[in-house]
Design a protein around this ligand. Structure first.
Ligand code: VG1
Ligand code: CO
Length: 582
């Protein structure tokens, strides 16, 4: 066995190593500076209790973006030096974020050990490559992102760090499955490279009825297209949709993971998933072939999903509501009922209406998946989602892009079980229209202003908070902008008290709540790597079934105008249009 030595290296703090909504995300050029990654990793080890490090098993993997290979070798050496007993690495360093969560929760080593946590290497939906983003986050024993108590401690450590520990074993070949063992001052240390898909596929098979999905996917009356945008979802899509469920290989596009995502933006929305959008007949020009019945896309680390029907877009807020409304009949895992449902604050209230109708416990949490975990651990939440193309359930503690697609396929399979051999197929669009006619429709849009000046963004937010001191004044301004919108009934900054551990999160978004149920929400993104991104969330509820079929941007035009003028968007940022509209 190769013997390694451990060294203590002097270092000095870097500014700005504060984890955001989902870990630390910076340009590769920042991460590649000497000691930058090392400082963050040591600060993380030091923020954990000793039993989670000494003698523990940890996972290290990610979406395979540029710089991941270097980062994995560094983290392995630092783990060895900090007394970790064993590191699990997905083959080629690849594991989707949901697969990491599954591995932490489900995988057991030959000697019965389970993982106590994971370093996930991804900047998710942000582009990758030598001049783009890298990211790192730590997940805990329950498979979910570290809570704020831990990320705050990590950040504090990064401000005072003086040294880190690193060992000198040779690099491990992560392309070959197998265990490599070393001996260090504290005994044996193993690096176990394993198949990236096995644990995850096993979990999916325990949740869904693969046979009924296979009947749908292989039926001549159904067609399917999945776009991984060159992210890590590609390896799971190939294994699950093609090898397990019999879909044709030609139904997968961009399913070979690439370090730079083929130069694209691995964000599954109508702007960035261009190829899929065109194939589904939603682009500007009509496609050459008849579009497939069902389309879906994932982000870089495969925790997000976009769901499309033929020439039809399903908003993520509607998607989670529709999954919740249909889960018990369509998905075996939920057949005994749902424990409750939850959404992030800016997500539309479509899920609230389902919860009310089905008499389910309901929770509204701040943006970011970490807040759902406590509810799930406490057994009060089964299905949850965010407007940002994130949907998931208590099978793991991350959002799960492939799970969401399997959930939709299950609903389609259930509704069409008698139609595959004759009869008219029920489409994605039919399901959504039926949902609106039962529950009403939440018109919804999000405007993103990416990479604006950070100072200007702060001023805009401060302006919106100041306005909240007088509702009468706000209403006067709004009526001056558009007299045809309803009145603001309440305006505040969203604050959340976790019902499980009592912790309080403040300043989680500025809200304007209107008398007719409409909402305007303003937030600063916590996942960008340069400048600031302002997000504006605009929502309006329509109960009248005769009025649920309008074009969404038309229906929301008045509220959009109010949002942009009330916030003085152009004055503060100089932007006359958003970067992305979803
Ligand atoms: C964004 C989304 C949020 C999501 C987060 C991480 O955060 O709005 O809903 O949980 O990204 O998703 P922010 O702070 O930029 O608004 V992922 O797929 O980037 O890990
Ligand atoms: Co992601």
């Amino acid at each position: 066995m190769v013997v390694f030595a451990v060294a203590r290296k002097d270092t000095t703090p870097f500014d700005g190593q504060k984890p955001g909504t989902s870990g630390l995300r910076k340009k590769v050029t920042v991460f590649a500076q000497p000691n930058y990654l090392h400082n963050f990793v040591q600060s993380t080890f030091d923020a954990l209790t000793a039993d989670k490090v000494k003698g523990a098993t940890i996972v290290v993997s990610g979406d395979g973006r540029y710089f991941s290979k270097d980062a994995i070798q560094i983290i392995i050496k630092m783990a060895a030096a900090n007394g970790v007993r064993r590191v699990w690495v997905g083959q080629n360093g690849l594991l989707s974020t949901p697969a990491v969560s599954a591995v932490i929760r489900e995988r057991v080593s030959a000697d019965g050990a389970k993982a106590s946590g994971a370093f996930i290497l991804t900047a998710s939906h942000n582009p990758g490559g030598p001049h783009e983003d890298f990211g790192i986050k730590y997940n805990m024993e329950n498979g979910g992102p570290a809570p704020e108590g831990i990320t705050d401690r990590i950040y504090e450590n990064t401000k005072t760090i003086k040294e880190y520990l690193i060992a000198d074993p040779p690099d491990v070949d992560t392309s070959t499955i197998g265990v490599t063992s070393f001996t260090g001052p504290e005994g044996q240390f193993d690096v176990d490279v394993f198949d990236s898909t096995t644990d995850y596929v096993k979990l999916m098979k325990s949740i869904f009825d693969f046979e009924s999905i296979q009947r749908l996917l292989t039926s001549p009356k159904f067609s399917f297209c999945y776009d991984a945008l060159h992210g890590v979802a590609g390896i799971y899509a190939t294994r699950i949709f093609v090898e397990e469920l019999g879909a044709d290989e030609s139904s997968l596009i961009n399913c070979i993971p690439k370090e730079d995502f083929g130069g694209g933006h691995p964000d599954p929305n109508l702007t960035y998933a261009k190829e899929l959008v065109a194939r589904m007949g939603l682009g500007k020009s009509s496609p050459q072939d008849e579009p497939p019945e069902f389309g879906a896309a994932a982000d870089g680390d495969a925790d997000r999903n976009m769901i499309l029907g033929k020439r039809f877009f399903v908003t993520p807020s509607d998607s989670v509501a529709i999954i919740a409304a249909n889960a018990v009949q369509s998905i075996p895992y939920f057949s005994s009922g749902l424990k409750g449902v939850a959404r992030s604050m800016p997500t539309s209230a479509a899920l609230d209406v389902v919860a009310k109708n089905l008499n389910l416990k309901f929770f509204e949490v701040p943006t970011g998946w970490k807040f759902f975990g406590n509810l799930m651990d406490a057994g009060v939440c089964s299905i949850c989602g965010e407007e940002s193309f994130g949907t998931g359930s208590n099978h793991i503690r991350e959002k799960d892009g492939i799970w969401a697609v399997l959930a939709w396929l299950s609903i389609l399979a259930y509704k069409n079980k008698d139609n595959l051999n004759g009869g008219k197929m029920i489409t994605v669009e039919d399901i959504v229209l039926q949902h609106w006619s039962t529950y009403g429709r939440h018109y919804y849009t999000r405007y993103d202003y990416e990479n604006v000046d950070a100072g200007a963004a702060k001023e805009l937010m401060a302006h919106l908070v100041n306005l909240q001191s007088s509702l009468a004044d706000v209403n006067k301004i709004i009526q001056g902008i558009r007299s045809d919108v309803s009145k603001v009934a309440e305006a505040d900054e969203f604050e959340y008290k976790d019902p499980v551990d009592g912790s309080i999160s403040k300043h989680q978004g500025i809200r304007y709540l209107f008398e007719d149920g409409s909402r305007l929400v303003f937030r600063l993104s916590g996942t960008g790597s340069v400048g600031a991104t302002i997000r504006v969330y605009i929502e309006q509820y329509e109960k009248d079934p005769a009025k649920t079929g309008r074009d969404s941007q038309d229906a929301l035009a008045a509220l959009v105008e109010v949002a942009l003028k009330l916030s003085k968007m152009q004055e503060f940022t100089g932007r006359s249009a958003p970067t992305v509209i979803t």
